[in-house]
Design a protein around this ligand. Sequence first.
Ligand code: FAD
Ligand code: UDP
Length: 370
Amino acid sequence: MNHDILVVGAGFAGSVLSERMASLGYKVRVIDRRSHIGGNAFDEADSNGILIHRYGPHIFHTNSAQVFDYLSLFTEWRPYEHRVLASVDGQLVPIPINLDTVNRLYNLNLDEAGLVAFFEKVREPRDPIKTSEDVIVNTVGWDLYKKFYRGYTRKQWGLDPSELFASVASRVPVRTNRDDRYFTDTYQSMPKKGYTYMFSKMLDHPNISVDLNTDFETIRDKTNARHVVYSGQIDEYFRNCHGKLPYRCLTFEHEHLPSVEQFQPVGTVNYPNDHEYTRITEFKHLTGETHSGTSIVREYPQATGDPYYPIPRPENDILFKKYQTLAEKEENVTFLGRLAQYRYYNMDQVVGAALSAVEGLRKRLEEVNA
Ligand code: FAD
Ligand code: UDP
């Protein structure tokens, strides 16, 4: 069939955009170089029948009713509030740092006001706050920074927190109460039958065709689509003409433990200072499945491999802006998503960006038609 739009990538960016444009009557062809839909949110049953996330733990959370309502067209939900413990000084303590974290680490008995005073005493005021080191040291001081943030960040990014924008470490707040949830968003739920099921519902539309194992590079000169929506790496689209944009890579070590019903007390345990991996996630906490065994994943950050994280730091921003300038000149291409916009987007932010792009794209296609 002839297509109005070619969508590169069947992750959140590509799938949401495809579904919306298809529902407006446009014919959409979606391609992905991988053998499956869902992008990095892809999940599947492992050989023991436990639902796992191949590319690391994906926990859905958003404050946007629009995003939540939209995805609810394709899935039911299982309420889930993620909790994370950090292995520090031989103990498992809550992260984000909260009242219990400090009391247990320093053997104190502070109340909320006491913790505010404690932070006031230990913090090192910084002005301006530019880097991830600034924001944490300014809030909780050097010791907690070293225990929870410095080692983890160096491992995760291969960079010191002082080399990363403040926005990176600011993703994990510091609390003075006892709230031990990782996120505080209004909507916190997992798709009841998994992400892949949700994506398959989204893409199941008579105006959408999906071709997997198909790289854009192999068809870019052959497509007669009126518009391309591209959610791959922006530097790759432009054949790295300004040099490669750095993306942080990971390897995922999945393991099934046949006779262990529960491996750890919460969904994720972070290891800021020990091991080569950053964290271990046990999927049954996230999905609510029951099984006599359990499946876990360890995440090992790497310099090379598949691109998972844009690296938010000044020099990368400058390089990205050069590509963005080129992107703005591509009249018939929309760059959308975490890799194409080089933004440290969560899933809901990608959905929001895709929903926002729909109206502009519709107008553009109508103008071309007129
Ligand atoms: P992707 O999911 O990366 O999809 C892009 C797709 O394009 C890929 O499938 C790729 O194969 C395809 N592609 C690229 N180039 C080409 C090409 N040339 N030809 C054909 N196909 C191509 N977000 C949360 O909200 N909560 C979480 O808990 C969370 N945890 C995460 C954990 C990890 C380890 C990682 C890496 C990310 C996590 N995220 C989380 C972020 C989330 O994965 C992203 O926000 C979201 O998946 C991005 O969607 P996307 O469509 O932009 O990109
Ligand atoms: N971080 C940290 N210690 C932690 C958790 C997070 O130093 O225990 C820092 C680290 O730099 C990390 C960033 O905060 O990359 C964002 O953490 P988040 O859990 O949001 O990372 P993601 O789930 O996106 O990998």
